[in-house]
Design a protein around this ligand. Structure first.
Ligand code: ARG
Length: 260
């Protein structure tokens, strides 16, 4: 009986080793040899956005874009940026169409079930944008219409039930990106926008007549994510990221875009 058990255990170990081996393409660390494909949603200033001209890379710029360039450099890979909707950027990495998603992505347990997250490289917090001088405040927000970018943590929190600290789905409208939500606010179609503080500051700076109510939501950790089980790539990205954090490169990239 004992023998049978140990035989079965050995078999199980061998099978799982075989499964690992076939998971990644022999020899190539990434989907396309020599390339690091990043899926993102370049509608999230100052983390990733389309530049007026060439930008820092192929018409894109932002904190995540510069971090991605530094990571690719450390791993000796050529960066490819694939810009798409936010939800799609998360799916792309899970479906093997990108090597990593880097998109001001907040760590969440439910996301961690379908992707593997790196060390955190920045933090964010959700805030509320209103029209300057409007009567909307943290206490009456629950009676108003709130706009958020679809699929984001802002949307997830705001549309949650009142018992869970949200405002209920009937009070939330989802937009393809933050800029469209802000446009709807300016047009008077909604009363507030809930979004990460980084883009909130950027939108308030570029559009007159907006202001930010301080939210009291928890600090979120921004991380990149790879497909679940892509341990080798995650380890390499993590050690590159940790080097860039330790030598101050990440902080100077952040300081270039966020001045306070
Ligand atoms: N931090 C928020 C989240 O993870 C919003 C990120 C949106 N990013 C973007 N590139 N549009 O849900």
């Amino acid at each position: 009986m004992k023998k049978l058990l140990s035989l079965l255990l050995t078999l199980a170990v061998l099978l799982s080793l075989a499964a690992c081996g076939s998971g990644s393409d022999e020899g190539s660390l990434t989907i396309e040899e020599g390339k690091l494909i990043m899926s993102t949603n370049a509608e999230f200033p100052p983390y990733e956005m389309k530049a007026d001209g060439e930008g820092v890379f192929n018409g894109f710029e932002g904190i995540d874009v510069e971090i991605a360039l530094a990571l690719a450099d450390k791993l000796d890979l050529e960066l490819v940026i694939d810009d798409m909707g936010f939800d799609s950027a998360l799916l792309a990495v899970q479906e093997g169409r990108s090597d990593m998603v880097l998109a001001g992505l907040t760590y969440r347990e439910d996301r961690d079930e379908v992707m593997d997250f790196s060390t955190s490289y920045a933090t964010g917090v959700q805030v509320v944008i209103v029209k300057e001088g409007s009567a909307v405040n943290m206490d009456n927000l629950g009676e108003k219409m709130i706009g958020c970018q679809l699929g984001t943590t802002g949307y997830i929190y705001a549309s949650d039930s009142v018992e869970n600290g949200g405002y209920g789905e009937e009070h939330v409208l989802g937009y393809e990106n933050g800029a469209l939500a802000v446009q709807a606010l300016l047009n008077g179609q909604i009363d507030a926008v809930i979004i990460d503080n980084g883009p909130a500051q950027a939108y308030v700076e570029t559009n007159a007549g907006l202001s930010i109510l301080e939210g009291d939501w928890v600090t979120e950790e921004y991380c990149l994510a790879v497909d679940q089980g892509n341990t080798l790539l995650l380890e390499k990205l993590n050690s590159a990221l940790e080097e860039l954090i330790a030598d101050g490169s990440i902080q100077s990239i952040i300081d270039k875009y966020i001045k306070d």
